[in-house]
Design a protein around this ligand. Structure first.
Ligand code: PEP
Ligand code: MN
Length: 346
């Protein structure tokens, strides 16, 4: 159930509305926008229906949210959510680019990649320290040493870092280094992990599971948000289908659908979707044209020697080319792109 207040609602009236709802046993979430304030109510709606809410001072309208996700639904927020990160925010006018290697492989390669990401206009650095690999015999990441390298490169370049957390037992450790906790496709329905990252305020980059519907993804976001963490960024990264020409099937339609269904920022991962370097740029352009708020892209100084996902990792000139090529698509979608020369840092 959501309550939309009158435009001139006072703080006293707002508090009073919340008290009425909470005394009926429901939880309230207030979202203030420039135009309106929305009070989202979660709990047994039958108990609210018994209250004459329309006669409470300050209330404009009351209506039910029929979707199974509540906090994540567009109606629950007065405006689109912007997740602050570093010197920028995800979900604002500026297209937000997260780029970096699939895995952290060492200090030098991460530092040179970070310099290139910043130079080309990227706003955050990615790099996995704990890697979910399909085969247990593949490189599974540098672990805590990788986290230390990420933190050092953040210090040196000013770029916030995004890295994956795979297990509830790692949340505290990863959160002590990372600016954004990535929950990978294989863990999208790891409800214990979603609950754990929901207890923090650290932004969570939630990737769509390979066989998850848009609704499943939004319910996974709801898990995180229901624990009190509103900073969720959704990521379309392709799903499994019968098609084998690409690593995954990029579900472009999911982007405008998500933008309609939720107030949360939505980004795309063209690297894991396409699985091959030549596909990364066209999928990126399509995602931005379709309304994505940003991208997460794999970039490596020498893709041929990458320990993971080299086939889909762009080298530095390719990444710079992608960034230049994105600009007209961003502008056509009514967005802006940070130019490399504007990039700031310590
Ligand atoms: C990754 O970002 O390197 C990764 C493993 O992604 P996904 O969880 O989408 O497969
Ligand atoms: Mn990868």
């Amino acid at each position: 159930m959501i309550i939309i207040t009158k435009k001139d609602v006072t703080q006293e009236q707002l508090d009073h509305i919340r008290e009425r709802v909470e005394s009926a046993g429901l939880r309230t979430h207030v979202s203030r926008g420039e135009e309106r304030t929305v009070i989202g109510c979660v709990g047994d709606e039958e108990r609210l229906r018994a209250l004459p809410l329309l006669s409470v001072p300050g209330v404009e309208t009351v209506h039910s949210v029929l979707k199974p996700y509540k906090l994540a639904s567009r109606e629950f927020a007065a405006e689109a959510t912007r997740v602050p990160l570093g010197s920028a925010e995800i979900g604002g006018d500026e297209i937000f680019i997260i780029a970096g290697p699939c895995s952290v492989e060492g200090a030098d390669m991460l530092r040179s990649t970070a310099d290139e990401v910043r130079r080309a206009g990227g706003q955050a650095l990615r790099g996995g320290a704990f890697k979910p690999r399909t085969s247990p015999y593949s490189f599974r990441g540098m672990g805590e040493e990788g986290l230390e390298i990420l933190a050092q490169v953040r210090k040196d370049t000013g770029l916030p870092v995004v890295t994956e957390v795979m297990d509830t037992r790692q949340v505290e450790l990863v959160a002590s280094y990372a600016d954004v906790l990535q929950v990978g496709a294989r863990n999208m329905q790891n409800f214990a992990l979603l609950t754990e990252v929901g207890r923090l305020r650290r932004p969570v980059l939630l990737k769509r599971g390979m066989s998850a519907t848009v609704k499943d993804l939004l319910l996974a976001a709801e898990y995180v948000m229901s624990q009190g963490n509103p900073n969720v960024i959704l990521c379309e990264r392709g799903i499994r289908t019968f098609e084998t020409a690409t690593r995954n099937t990029f579900d472009l339609a999911a982007i405008p659908i998500l933008k309609r269904e939720t107030h949360l920022p939505v980004i795309a991962d063209p690297s894991h979707a396409g699985g091959r370097r030549p596909l990364v740029a066209p999928l990126s352009y399509a995602a931005v044209a379709a309304g994505a708020d940003g991208l997460i892209v794999e970039v490596h100084p020498d893709p041929e020697c990458a320990t993971s996902d080299g086939d889909q990792s762009l080298d530095f000139p390719e990444f710079a080319g992608l960034m230049a090529g994105l600009r007209p698509f961003a502008e056509a979608a009514g967005r802006t792109m940070r130019s490399g020369t504007e990039a700031v840092g310590p």
